[in-house]
Design a protein around this ligand. Sequence first.
Ligand code: SAH
Length: 210
Amino acid sequence: MTSQRTRERLIQRLLDQGISNGAVLDVLRMTPRHLFLDEAMAHRAYEDVALPIGYQQTLSQPYVVARMTELLLAAGPLGKVLEIGTGSGYQTAVLAQLVEQVYSVERIKPLLQKARQRLRQLKLRNVQLDHADGGMGWPACGPYDAIVVTAAPERIPDELLAQLALNGRMVVPVGGATQHLQIVTRTASGYDTEIVEAVYFVPLRPGKEK
Ligand code: SAH
């Protein structure tokens, strides 16, 4: 179920769906998605679907992880990247293999703790995690070359926009019942927004939980 052949089938599907960044595809091929799921769900790890991780949250669909990562990297190599919504830590692990330093914020403590263990197990050391309300970003470590938000706000928090470096880009699902993935680029005069495609994410919620 977690065999190389099963994983290869997933990569082929991502290629068929238009994912074209070879480095992103290689990282998805090598990253054991089953380790980011509870045992009862692990047998479905290499299907191209979102899967439950408890606390009413989900591990994003591989296509969405690949697409968001590809969009983040499209303007060239990245130094510091902020992720909002660590969840299982899977997107964090993918990013850590493609950029210099990842900062990731999660509001549900047990999810963050599990993610921390998994990232340690995979020896991904260029990751810093924080238990906080990601709607506020992580101002102490910014500004960031890129920000990826894996839960959907109704509108993009100003705090996140403010923590984007000049020429930095944010990939973020925006909306409620209907959501669209947006790329926001910080320019000398403000922010440019490009709408990419319809998506469905859990909502970005305020505050943090124990
Ligand atoms: N990237 C994750 C996707 C997890 S789902 C993965 O690959 O597994 C989205 C996550 O965002 C959930 O874990 C949810 O708790 C978290 N989240 C929602 N609102 C948040 C907020 N304001 N700050 C930090 N995390 C938030």
